[in-house]
Design a binder for this molecule. Structure first.
Ligand SMILES: Nc1ncnc2c1ncn2[C@@H]1O[C@H](COP(=O)(O)OP(=O)(O)OP(=O)(O)O)[C@@H](O)[C@H]1O
Ligand SMILES: [Mg+2]
Length: 317
């Protein structure tokens, strides 16, 4: 059972105002242990605001956040120990060596001094920054700087990682590498990452939260979001040599709610769009119907909207 008490992260009716601007309005969700969740939304949607509240960086105007059942305001110090945070545009000390910076963060995180070296070596290995530990951060490539940011978020071995746009500004190869890293470290952690990139979430996350204008407008796996917000479920077919008469036969197919003839250039065929009930896949039935009636099926295409289209439609207005 998932409730606000048993979930790893529970966000209830979160509101955050910046003066007259309402950056988050009544946002609620639960995240279970071990989930890798993508917070997806266009610029200004409220992703960073949400993450800053989850990490105790800023306070909510109203609403509640529980981490493993504990209120983030009442148990701030204790809860923050369990969270690692990669802020948006992570501000790193440019003239510090990566190793010294991680040492500094480890001390801030109250890691016992005799354990710090070992901890840095371990994280550096996982994040693959061993070769640059002795280099000044300012001289690192963006990808490596982002890795140092990730290492800093993980130095105290937190159960929860909150990563604000972990791949922004990276080249395509680095993006793939960072995604792989996140998947790897997400195997035994709860991760929330933000992005405006749909491909990012589908590549890395098993659950997507779409925020738009401070509201949560979709929540689910990519497949669930497609099902809930995909709109009409239609099939386009092209039949060789058939006339208007096939329409009644197509209408007779169970699960078909409407059939429309399409304009087509090809004189030798007729094209049709079949509308199906929300989540039925009629492809096999259409194929079998064609066989039974001796029609030559030239084309059979399931026209469900892809996630990209759904995301655009949901966040356009
Ligand atoms: N310190 C602040 N003062 C005033 N308004 C703010 C402040 N921080 C954020 N906002 C406003 O709150 C809204 C949400 O901003 P937020 O940074 O959370 O969005 P975001 O989803 O992270 O956007 P981006 O993708 O551009 O990073 C925006 O309208 C923004 O202008
Ligand atoms: Mg942001």
């Amino acid at each position: 059972m998932s409730t606000s008490q048993t979930s790893m992260i529970s966000v209830q009716n979160l509101v955050r105002d910046y003066g007259p601007i309402r950056a988050l309005s009544d946002v609620s969700f639960l995240i279970e242990r071990g989930q890798v969740v993508g917070l997806l939304g266009p610029n200004g949607a409220g992703k960073t605001t949400c993450m800053k509240i989850l990490t105790g960086f800023i306070a909510a105007t109203s609403g509640q956040v529980l981490i493993d059942g504990k209120d983030i305001v009442e148990h701030g110090v204790e809860v923050r120990k369990r969270i690692g945070y990669l802020p948006e545009n992570a501000p790193l000390y440019q003239d510090m060596r990566a190793r010294d910076y991680l040492h500094f963060v480890a001390r801030l995180r109250n890691i016992a001094p005799e354990k710090i070296k070992e901890r840095i070596e371990h994280v550096a290995k996982v994040i693959q920054i061993e070769s640059v530990l002795n280099q000044d951060i300012g001289t690192l490539s963006k990808g490596y700087r982002q890795r140092v940011g990730l290492a800093q978020a993980m130095i105290h071995d937190p159960e929860i990682l909150i990563l604000d746009e972990p791949t922004s500004g990276l080249d395509p190869n680095q993006i793939i590498e960072i995604r792989e890293l996140i998947k790897e470290v997400g195997k035994d952690r709860t991760v929330i990452l933000s992005t405006h990139n749909l491909h990012e979430v589908t590549a890395t996350c098993n659950r997507i939260l779409i925020v738009h204008k401070g509201r949560l407008i979709a929540d689910g796996s990519p497949a669930e979001i497609q099902e809930q917000h995909g709109g009409s479920n239609t099939f386009k077919i092209s039949i060789q040599g058939a006339g208007e008469s096939v329409k009644d036969t197509l209408m007779g197919l169970e699960g078909v709610t409407d059939v429309v003839r399409l304009e087509n250039q090809d004189q030798a065929a007729t094209d049709w769009r079949l509308f199906g009930a929300a989540d039925v896949d009629l492809r096999a039935d259409i194929f079998n119907l064609a066989v039974q009636n001796g029609w030559t099926l030239l084309e059979l295409h399931h026209e469900r909207q892809d996630l990209e289209t759904i995301f655009q439609r949901l966040t356009l207005t």
